[in-house]
Ligand binder design. Structure first.
Ligand SMILES: [Zn+2]
Length: 125
């Protein structure tokens, strides 16, 4: 945008107060939207049922959303925490590593369930 363009925009801005008001409202809405946390990612995971089994302990059962009877089970106990490597000693970096580990496990869990559902859909629906 050169100076002439800017001058023209400024003249229009002051000559049409309703446009200026709309631009201000759009700017404020964009700023508020940027401050909100991102919505969670879209997932194909249905709500699970929680069941207790003798062999696997407590499991989360994800049933086919189309109600065909197929299901996928995931243990709710993720097992021992994986190797946590702190880059620098100190509580902040350890806390950060634990958070990253937990997030990675959560994403892996979701990916397993979604992959199982995708595979089932490809085979059966
Ligand atoms: Zn199905």
């Amino acid at each position: 945008m050169n100076d002439d363009d800017f001058d023209a925009l400024t003249r229009e801005h002051f000559a049409r107060p309703e446009i200026a008001a709309q631009m201000t409202a759009d700017l404020l809405a964009a700023r508020r939207a940027a401050e909100r946390p991102e919505p969670p990612p879209v997932t194909t995971m249905p709500m699970p049922e929680f069941l207790r089994t003798r062999i696997a302990g407590q499991i989360a059962r994800y049933r086919c959303p189309r109600g065909c009877g197929w299901f996928h089970d995931e243990p709710t106990d993720p097992g021992p925490l994986g190797l946590i490597v702190a880059i620098e000693p100190g509580q902040d970096s350890i806390g950060e590593m634990i958070s990253l580990n937990a997030e990675a496990r959560s994403l892996a869990y979701q990916a397993r369930v979604e992959a199982a559902i995708d595979e089932h859909y490809a085979e059966s629906h």
